[in-house]
Design a protein around this ligand. Structure first.
Ligand code: MG
Length: 372
């Protein structure tokens, strides 16, 4: 199955609100920057990374896919995924400028497309191609109800609706106000409204420092918090280790880590309890698997971060035995042939061949952003 063409695409897709914010970002669209890989067999594979829909930087990723990786892939066998990953990730000139950021996001899109192709060629959904499901169900946690930009009354109402109407048994709330007492008040209100049975995770998006986090976790523990995600600056192993040692709330992180080596540093230091790899930021499925196995070797649970809104992650979650929860944000699913859907708080297991990364033709037509 020879690769005949590698073409990038950019979609800017609407959210469920006009805009949302966490402690460090505000966005109005979700960016899907992807690779379309055509083959001599007639099969076409799709993979993508997730962005904040900033057209100029999305075009850098698209250019990297088209101009840097495309020529290295054409005429290669699409099923040589590991060899091709090494060829792209260790290409000396690209490695000199990459290993993180734009080149890694582009690599993620290409690698996911190659896995999509291999699974399609086998006629299997990716989870089956990888070795079959190890869980009967994958529980979803709802992040879309908990943005920092949602005022407290709507936050409480949305959390109640997610639990009572939609059947979620796990939610994630953003924290990170300048005054942490505001976050404690919001947590208390939600916990009181939804009762003790529902799991609540919190996410600081790296805003606070260690003293703020130490003080916060001691107070927030009263609301039975499942994990505290990205409490501190993303790369700061030492502060996360100090917090993990003292915090009554477990620490989760990984969405901003670009490579196996970064995960190894946190895991080996005892600085993380829930490991959160993301195929859209790591070098795709190939490197995600290495991180998931690393977590397993240390008996740490895996809860993927969903830069792809779980389109490909749902396959990895059903397959990898360390997975405990998967993130649900319903922004982009209806733009794909097989949406990552949730029913009664659990992800449906995909049935179509591939990685669920093939966009609808109509969405490609309506939401594409020019790559030049
Ligand atoms: Mg997060």
């Amino acid at each position: 199955m020879k690769i005949t063409d590698v073409s990038p695409f950019i979609l800017h897709l609407p959210l469920t609100a006009d805009s949302i914010a966490d402690s460090t970002h505000r966005i109005t669209r979700w960016g899907v920057v992807g690779a379309r890989i055509a083959t001599s067999a007639g099969l076409v594979g799709f993979g993508f990374t997730g962005t904040h829909a900033h057209a100029a930087s999305d075009r850098l990723i698209a250019a990297c896919i088209r101009d840097c990786y495309g020529p290295l892939l054409v005429d290669e066998d699409a099923q040589d995924r590991t060899r091709l990953w090494m060829k792209l990730a260790r290409q000396p000139a690209l490695q000199w400028v990459g290993r993180a950021g734009v080149t890694q996001l582009a690599l993620a899109a290409v690698d996911v497309a190659l896995w999509d192709l291999s699974a399609k060629a086998a006629g299997l959904p990716l989870w089956k191609f990888l070795g079959g499901a190890t869980s009967e169900t994958i529980e979803a946690y709802n992040t879309d109800v908990g943005w920092l930009s949602i005022p407290e009354p709507e936050l409480v109402a949305g959390a109640q609706r997610a639990v009572e109407r939609d059947g979620f048994r796990a939610l994630k709330l953003k924290v990170g106000h300048d005054d942490p007492l505001v976050d404690l008040r919001r947590l208390e209100a939600v916990r009181r409204a939804i009762g003790p049975q529902v799991r609540i995770a919190i996410d600081g998006n790296g805003k606070w420092d260690l003293p703020t986090c130490l003080s916060f976790v001691r107070k927030a523990a009263a609301f039975d918090i499942f994990w505290f995600e990205e409490p501190l600056w993303y790369d700061d192993v030492g502060s996360h280790r100090a917090l993990a040692k003292q915090s009554p709330i477990p620490i989760a992180l990984g969405e901003q880590l670009y490579a196996l080596d970064a995960f190894r540093a946190f895991v080996a230091a005892g600085a993380v309890h829930y490991v959160q790899p993301d195929v859209t930021r790591l070098g795709g499925v190939t490197e995600y698997i290495e991180v998931a196995h690393l977590a397993r070797a240390f008996r740490l649970p895996v809860a993927p971060h969903a830069g792809d809104m779980s389109q490909a992650h749902v396959h990895l979650a059903y397959w990898h035995p360390s997975t405990v929860l998967l993130e649900y944000i319903p922004w982009i699913k209806d733009h794909f042939r097989e949406p990552a859907n949730v029913r009664d708080g659990a992800f449906l297991r995909p049935q179509q061949p591939g990685a669920s990364t093939t966009p609808l033709d109509d969405s490609l037509e309506r939401f594409s952003v020019s790559i030049d």
